[in-house]
Design a protein around this ligand. Sequence first.
Ligand code: CTP
Length: 430
Amino acid sequence: MLLAYLDPDQRAFLTRIAQAVAAMGGHVYLVGGGVRDLLLAQSQGQTITLSDMDLVLDQVSPDAIGELAQQMSRWRPGALVQPHPKFHTCDLLWPDLALDLALARRETYPHPAANPLVTPADIHQDLHRRDFTINAMALGLHPAGVLLDPFDGQGDLQRKSLRVLHERSFADDPTRLWRGVRYGVRYGLQFAPETVAQWHATLASGVYEYWRQQPGQAPALQTRLRAELHYLWQMAQWVQAGRWLEALGAWACIHPELHWTPALERSLRTASYVLRHHPHRHRCLTELLVSYVPPADRYAVAHCLDLPLAAQKRLAQLEHLETQLPALPALPVSQICQTLEPYEPELLWLALFRQRGNIRNILRNYLQYWSHEHPPLNGKDLRELGYQPGPQFRQILSRLRSAYLDREITDRTEAIAYVQRYFPRVSPGQ
Ligand code: CTP
């Protein structure tokens, strides 16, 4: 019995859910990743705790979702409950478990890469809407013990094979390839030959290229693809996944000339390391990826992926900044600072991750040291030296800063001498 490989507390929780659904006269199944992971646990003789569960209810009224969610949050307190009545689903989130409750459904795609249209259906049809055979299995909680496996997901798990369910699978939803690569890397699986052939045929048909450019019409190439990128960056083996996607030609879904080159990978590795504690590391890596699209198309791609407006703006400005960079090594520090000051730090970091050698060092020095340096005298000091606030003040402070950055002066005494030399005070009578 597969549930024997589940943590006893979670098993008891599922039993309670099964009893409640039985009392409603319906059926309830554990579906998707939970079943897959239990089968893997069984093959290794291990017990697992699921961090993510998907439950499908069948043969119940739509109200059953809300009622069951309420009961569940009483049995297991502390849940954040997010009902989606329009879709007959409800998400329950505890610190240690994310549970998705849904009514069995059928999904149809009005056109490639669209969001699916959802209609109520039974558990068998529900399994037909899924991505891979290994995710299209359902384990009955009530009726207990029955394992529905219409596409031989168990066989594919044993063969370590990722197989889509039907010939339009990738046309309907290109993000399935990204998901497949995630599973492949995580569990050591390979795409089945016919699945790879379907992917290449879909790519070659030009549907993605067409729909990618229809604003807001193809979420699976726009917002949902961006979400996939975020999952990608979360993986420990994101480099392996990125290379695999390149081998499959998948980066063309973002732009036909985007490739996972050694230069892109190096930039991403640097950024990933520098930003390892940054709360927006994922977003920054996506932005960096998009910066490897030809300059004229960066903004459009960022817009299409619905990146934040500030990121879209940065990607549009990057080319202008980068035309200035080759001149920097020949300039004194004060002029480097003058050149870089008009640009916001996030844009400079983006450029830094893309550069190597001397220019990268200059950008790093600017961002970490030079941009924060202040001359040894401030306005108050100048007043004490007898200078009157006015337009000259700014000029003196700016000259002092330049002289300080270029190490013409290094301390307060030298700064005072410098001011007195270059800006001698004119006494009123003269
Ligand atoms: N699913 C799908 N197609 C998608 C998203 C989800 O077919 N684009 C189905 C799959 O059956 C999947 C299940 O919904 O197993 C749950 O989705 P999700 O939680 O995203 O995936 P898991 O398989 O649970 O994977 P993970 O272990 O990464 O959470």
